[in-house]
Design a protein around this ligand. Structure first.
Ligand SMILES: Cc1cc2nc3c(=O)[nH]c(=O)nc-3n(C[C@H](O)[C@H](O)[C@H](O)COP(=O)(O)O)c2cc1C
Length: 161
């Protein structure tokens, strides 16, 4: 199976998640094409599975990630699975503060990218992968890369079936 991973990342956290996904998918014996949208903006039309990732910034995906999803050739990707992933800030412990912060964290970049993909008629895998950082610019919280690895193993198993 050929898997495309396209990721945007400002501070490197989402790229780290993307690299973990890549390593796990390759370990499972699949080919991965890795596109760092910050370095090269291209929209592939070939692949069996597409994973698109972005940091959550001001409650949304980055402009590059949004443009990638908007430009994806729907005809070429019909029937193939698209999944999304993101990184996001932690929610405060205090229930009132938490309630106020929710709109910045949920559905986040991944939720919005998935909604855009679904709106465009693409087949979207649910749920998306969401990884939390410990502080506003990172690093990733403990256990989040392990979660990403598990997500990669599950998604390739469900698609290769
Ligand atoms: C300018 C800025 C705005 C942010 N806005 C949000 C936000 O609205 N919601 C959220 O959950 N996290 C927010 N974050 C936290 C980022 O999602 C988090 O740091 C993420 O891991 C950054 O990903 P990157 O390292 O791949 O750029 C923000 C971070 C920065 C620096």
């Amino acid at each position: 199976m050929k898997v495309i991973i396209a990721v945007d990342s400002v501070h490197g956290n989402t790229k780290q998640v993307a690299e973990t996904l890549k390593d796990e998918i390759e370990k499972a014996g699949h080919e991965v094409v890795f596109i760092n949208l910050r370095k090269e903006f291209r929209v592939p039309s070939e692949g069996d599975l597409l994973l698109v990732g972005s940091p959550t910034r001001v409650a949304k995906m980055t402009g590059k990630a949004k443009r990638f999803m908007k430009r994806l050739d729907v005809a070429a990707w019909t029937g193939r699975t698209v999944a999304t992933f993101d990184t996001h800030m932690p929610l405060p412990d205090d229930p009132k503060e938490r309630e106020k912060a929710l709109k910045w964290v949920e559905p986040g970049a991944a939720g919005k990218l998935s909604a855009l993909a679904a709106e465009r008629g693409l087949k979207v895998h649910s749920p998306p992968l969401r990884c939390m950082v410990s502080d506003m610019k990172g690093p990733l919280a403990p256990g989040e890369l392990e979660k990403a690895g598990e997500y990669a193993r599950q998604i390739v198993a469900s698609i290769s079936r």
